[in-house]
Ligand binder design. Structure first.
Ligand SMILES: Cc1cc2nc3c(=O)[nH]c(=O)nc-3n(C[C@H](O)[C@H](O)[C@H](O)COP(=O)(O)O)c2cc1C
Length: 169
């Protein structure tokens, strides 16, 4: 009982090593098209998706983000911004869009890794670098790129039986 979507969800893993291969603009557009269709509280859609492919900007972001140095190698970096005055559920909205991005990327054979960036030390620096409007907040940041499957680590996952509960605890 499986299909391509289920397979992509099950096979997705964080990727932190990338090969030097350009991501077509159309692919990045389709990925963001999937992001913007994610659910939002009260359908606010108070977000912007910043796609960074410029090496200079990308390398600066990589140097700012202590746990995201691998962004430098990635073909692109995507940042999700939400207007916290307009959104009713900003983090949930951003997380839903982020997961859509990661699964859509996987379906294009692209690897991603979420880099923790909500109100972190590097967040103000990134906001300044990309001329982020004052009302927008950086919620999530991801590296996106082609990768060698042999380079992907497979962190252990809990078994279904450990986490699934029927009807009542
Ligand atoms: C909110 C969040 C923040 C994360 N931040 C980082 C990060 O800053 N750097 C990093 O290398 N991985 C980061 N990760 C990736 C996790 O380490 C990874 O998802 C986890 O180890 C499980 O591995 P998997 O994604 O391959 O299933 C983050 C993941 C989430 C959901």
């Amino acid at each position: 009982m499986s299909n391509e979507t289920i397979q992509n969800i099950k096979e997705r893993r964080s990727v932190r090593k990338y090969i030097d291969k350009k991501i077509p603009e159309e692919t990045l557009k389709e990925i963001i098209d999937c992001a913007r269709l994610a659910p939002t509280g009260n359908n606010r859609q108070a977000w912007s998706f910043l796609v960074i492919t410029d090496d200079e900007i990308k390398n600066k972001i990589a140097s700012y983000a202590r746990y995201g140095r691998f962004i430098e190698e990635a073909g692109a970096c995507i940042a999700v911004f939400v207007n916290q005055d307009k959104a009713t559920t900003p983090m949930q909205d951003a997380a839903a869009a982020t997961e859509n991005i990661m699964i859509a990327a996987k379906s294009h054979d692209l690897g991603t890794c979420w880099v923790n960036s909500y109100q972190k030390e590097h967040s103000p620096k990134i906001k300044e670098l990309v001329n982020c409007p004052q009302e927008m907040e950086l919620m999530t940041l991801m590296s996106v790129g082609y990768y060698d499957e042999n380079d992907v680590s497979m962190p252990a996952k809990k078994f279904l039986s450990e986490v699934m509960v029927w009807d009542k605890f």
